[in-house]
Design a protein around this ligand. Sequence first.
Ligand SMILES: *Cc1c(COP(=O)(O)O)cnc(C)c1O
Length: 410
Amino acid sequence: MIALHGLDVKKIRRDFPVLGAKMNSKPLVYLDNAATSQKPLLVIDRMSEFYRSRYATVHRGVYAMSQIATWECDLVREKCRVFLNAAKSAEIIFVRGTTDAINLVAAGYGRKFLMPGDEIIISALEHHANLVPWQQVAVEKNLKLRVIPVDDKGELLFEEYRKLLNDRTKFVAVTHVSNALGTVNPVRAITDLAHAAGAAVLIDGAQAAPHMKVDVRAIGCDFYCFSGHKVYGPTGVGVLYGKLDRLETMDPYQFGGEMIESVTFEKTTFAKPPLKFEAGTPPIVEIVGLGAALEYVEALGLEKIEAYEQELLTEAAEKLSKVEGLTLIGTAPQKAAVISFVLGDIHPHDIGTVLDSEGIAIRTGHHCAQPVMRRFNVPATARASFSFYNTREEIAALVAGLEKVRKVFR
Ligand SMILES: *Cc1c(COP(=O)(O)O)cnc(C)c1O
């Protein structure tokens, strides 16, 4: 029996219009939350209302509507500060998403401060977004990219990490939660060791922010980032947290309007953070939508969300492992509600196609983490990823769907 931990899931589901939809004439069972999450009415309505009655640009206007837009965006910045427990709202930079945030740090910090021979450490669990930007800086500046290995359960080998650290280590970039396997990494211990070695730390929080309470000051990291669209907000907006002293010394990433203090043909002086990193007109309405999304999850309570999703994970892992021929990929003791699996030698794409005909949306492929697939000797996996709006009935539907897959491909 799943305790609901004070979450009224039936009521919550009514907040998400799309969850009542059908897919291939079957009730939609949406289990691709690690790729992107559905949106509650609060987000949809707040954005629509903003476009209908208050839409205007920020910063530039002296007229009332522009001032309101500016004020709303400032309010969301403060909300993001509270959401991450950052010290100052100037440490919150609006970006397009996690990918954009990491590119900003790789360019603004990596290119400026990392020198030939320096080393960057990432982990074997990284999404391509926290691998490729570092690889590019490494090629450009002749740095060494080193990788923390994982064990057969998908857990980072912490002792190996300790051995990789040395006085050439200048940057550590690790994911908080693996999108492919669900592993939760010990980010505080990772940060402490990196700092002891004199390295700066970025934590990719794309899979953590929607599912657990994040406290950047407790972690101690220099940078933390997440995407709006995975935390029930819109696409096109995300957050980069950076410690103010880091942000002050970094170079801007993009140049143009909004990020300047004064401009002549000879010389430009840049604005202070956060504006220094926000060139151009920001995604105003998306920022407003992100604010609504954070309000929504905070009203439910991230502790309650985490506890309920952990129960879904336990139940799903138990039921799925009873499906004949099914192998779970990623069985770390600390996991978020992400289940990757293979089913005999049936190609994950075929699993996804049969499930689709049953109205069940899962992800199949390499999940933007090809090195993870290689580590586990699979070309791809099927992945079911859960949210607080998922139910045990949906887990049962997934299991029934997989039994059908087995029949089709017997
Ligand atoms: C989704 C994801 C990203 C990339 O996020 P975008 O929103 O596509 O920029 C990076 N890291 C992890 C762990 C992710 O899950």
